[in-house]
Design a protein around this ligand. Structure first.
Ligand code: SAM
Length: 218
């Protein structure tokens, strides 16, 4: 597929270079390398889109070090520019990775990540495409390797079928379900919820949001 390049894409990326994660050899050797607080937990969002969640999360939790990953360069430019617009608040604890979830094991050492966020991941509704889901068994094997003992995956989706599939796959993978709801905004976690771009659209449509939190063994 031919990707339509954003106007002045290379220049816009260059202007935000300070928010791009270092080379994967560096993050694999030490995930805290680009961050000021070397002792902070590492959190990773996969498929961050235009970055609203990543920027708000990093700004509200300066003690945590955040990576946000997105595979589409045209999209991650928007996220980088959002971070630049709040540079003083997030420069110490947020970096973006332009890459695929399939490459995560090349980027991070085993047991280096405390929390993984999956926000409104593509649902891949056709049965033959389920293995492309970010909660397919192969992906969960990778997350289990990368997460610290007691590490968490926090997933939000509007898609009930993806939610149910994911809960089942988490259980099959031996992960413990700590929280699950099909109506996050009317749940005990509503107050602490940080919204994403897709979530704001679904809220305008009045669509309920599913959320599941799982953890690895301690
Ligand atoms: C439906 S959008 C949701 C964006 C954002 N998380 C939100 O909630 O507003 C899913 C995003 O995940 C990205 N994505 C899908 N598969 C990915 C993968 N394997 N690795 C990295 N990013 C991926 C897509 O390019 C897209 O930007």
């Amino acid at each position: 597929m031919r990707m339509r390049k954003k106007r002045h894409g290379a220049e816009r990326l260059q202007n935000c270079a300070e928010f791009i994660a270092p080379d994967r050899e560096i993050t694999k050797a030490d995930a805290s390398a680009p961050f000021v607080n070397k002792k902070g937990e590492i959190h990773l969002e996969i498929g961050c889109g235009k970055g609203a969640f990543a920027v708000k999360n990093a700004a509200s939790r300066p003690e945590i070090n955040f990576y946000a990953m997105e595979k589409v360069e045209n999209v991650i430019i928007n996220a980088l520019e959002k971070a630049m617009a709040r540079k003083d608040e997030v420069k110490n604890n947020l970096r973006f990775i332009c890459g695929h979830a399939e490459e995560l094991e090349e980027m991070f050492a085993d047991h280096s990540i405390s929390t993984i966020y999956l926000n409104f991941s593509d649902p891949w509704p056709k049965k033959g495409h389920h293995r492309r889901r970010l909660t397919a068994p192969d992906r969960l094997d990778t997350y289990k390797k990368l997460l610290v003992p007691g590490g968490k995956i926090i997933q939000k989706t509007d898609n009930v079928e993806l939610f149910e599939y994911s809960v089942e796959e988490y259980r099959n993978a031996g992960l413990t379900v700590e929280f699950a709801t099909t109506d996050l905004h009317n749940s005990s976690r509503a107050a602490e919820n940080i919204t994403t771009e897709y979530e704001e659209n679904f809220m305008r449509e009045g669509k309920p949001i599913c959320c599941v939190i799982v953890s690895t063994a301690k």
